[in-house]
Ligand binder design. Structure first.
Ligand SMILES: *[C@@H]1O[C@H](CO)[C@@H](O)[C@H](O)[C@H]1NC(C)=O
Length: 286
């Protein structure tokens, strides 16, 4: 890509789920799509071919206009900037780690059910010199991964906040699981507890409902965060403190705005708009 000035909106949810189900043949878990883009010189449209081996549906990525992704099946529609979804977006500065190519955001604290999780001082900061720490964003990371010294206190706080729900045996890579039947089912998914990531600028990215847990079987759902120390190779080098993964971006609208160097996030859209099938991408004014 020759120009560094562009903006990408990923409506991962909306889109990702049905598509990924098809790709992850037989799999119960949604896996993020990581794909190569091609640019059509005559239209400036980016396209990506997605399929399970053979030729698949063509995704159109419009990075040239006022943007979009649509991973929905045809007919493709565009999400105009300024639509009602955009109104839900909150922004934080988008950061670059000088040591790698990943995008980062500043994470300044973590809270569970509105109670701050005690973390070692500086645990979350990005070291410009060494490139370590900080909050990276990676759709190639299936579940948000926390460095071990952050994961443990967050998991413990979450376990305490959810001590009233019957547990299920741990299922790798997760170590805090619940009997699904014990969890209240809501419009935003199975309800356990909320996790606030406080971002630079003071706003929270609240992870709740189906963003916080993942259903691993008919009977069990687990906290959808993993210990970076136990994952084979994190998708982002230089040991970030947090790697915000695909599961937590699903059913959110996220915007990588490289013009203003900001990252926009909508929070979980379930219950407000839902999925590919009935999501109105053409919303302009209403
Ligand atoms: C962010 O979350 C923390 C912890 O839950 C809370 O104390 C704080 O008021 C929240 N900030 C905003 C701007 O909502």
């Amino acid at each position: 890509m020759s120009s560094s000035s562009y903006k990408i909106a990923l409506a991962l949810s909306l889109m990702a789920a049905p598509l990924l189900c098809a790709l992850a043949a037989g799999g119960d878990q949604h896996r993020p799509v990581l794909t190569r883009l091609a640019k059509d010189p005559s239209t400036s449209l980016y396209t990506a071919s997605v399929g399970n081996g053979g030729p698949g549906p063509q995704l159109v990525l419009d990075l040239a206009g006022s943007l979009v992704w649509t991973t929905c099946m045809p007919p493709y529609r565009l999400i105009p900037c300024g639509g009602s979804v955009s109104d839900r977006l909150r922004y934080t500065a988008l950061l670059k780690n000088p040591k790698n190519t990943a995008y980062y955001i500043g994470v300044t604290g973590v809270a569970v059910n509105n109670v701050q999780v005690p973390l070692p001082p500086g645990a979350l900061s990005l070291s410009a010199r060494q490139g370590t720490g900080g909050g990276a964003l990676s759709t190639a990371t299936p579940y948000t991964a926390l460095r071990s010294d952050i994961y443990r206190p967050v998991r413990d706080a979450f376990a305490e906040a959810t001590s009233g729900f019957a547990r299920a045996p741990a299922t790798k890579p997760f170590d805090l699981c619940y009997q699904k039947s014990a969890l209240p089912s809501t419009r935003i998914g199975l309800y356990t507890a909320s996790i606030d990531l406080t971002l630079a600028g003071g706003q929270n990215w609240t992870i709740v409902g189906s963003s916080a847990v993942v259903e691993v079987s008919q009977d069990a759902a687990c906290l959808a965060f993993v210990d970076m120390g136990t994952t084979a190779t994190p998708a982002v080098d230089h040991s970030p403190a947090v790697i915000i993964g695909g599961h937590q971006m699903e059913d959110n609208l996220v915007v990588f705005d490289l013009e203003k160097w900001q990252f926009g996030y909508s929070g979980l859209l379930l219950g407000t708009m839902t999925r590919c099938g009935n999501f109105d991408f053409s919303m302009g004014s209403h």
